[in-house]
Design a protein around this ligand. Structure first.
Ligand SMILES: [Zn+2]
Length: 116
């Protein structure tokens, strides 16, 4: 079982996080389809849809879905944080469960003093 992160570390992360990061960490991302291209995988002649989604909250996180053109089945799903520098709380551990409460309170506190 993974130990929950230290609430003080989470508080520190939340204090310095961009508003969009607080929104997504509190309530989840809001994926929005952004583009679709047709790709052929190496060593195969079969074509697939490669769909990119971006987060509507503008946190910078994107996803790539590899989709079977015939069935619509999602064969592969990758998340990309490279456009969301600072989103990942490195060295703290996963911000989940009760740790999200700390982030949620920071988002609410800030909402009284600035636009999210
Ligand atoms: Zn997001």
């Amino acid at each position: 079982m993974v130990e929950p992160p230290d609430p003080q570390d989470v508080q520190e992360y939340a204090r310095n996080a961009k508003p969009a990061f607080l929104t997504c960490r509190s309530y989840g991302h809001a994926p929005l389809p952004s583009s679709v291209i047709i790709v052929t995988l190496e060593g195969s002649r079969k074509q697939y849809y490669e769909q990119t989604l971006r987060c509507r909250n503008r946190c910078g996180v994107t996803w790539m879905l590899l989709i079977d053109m015939g069935t619509g089945e999602v064969l592969e799903r990758r998340i990309n944080y490279s456009g969301a520098k600072g989103y990942l709380a490195k060295g703290i551990g996963r911000i989940q469960g009760t740790a999200r409460n700390v982030v949620r309170l920071e988002a609410i506190d800030r909402n009284f003093t600035e636009e999210l």
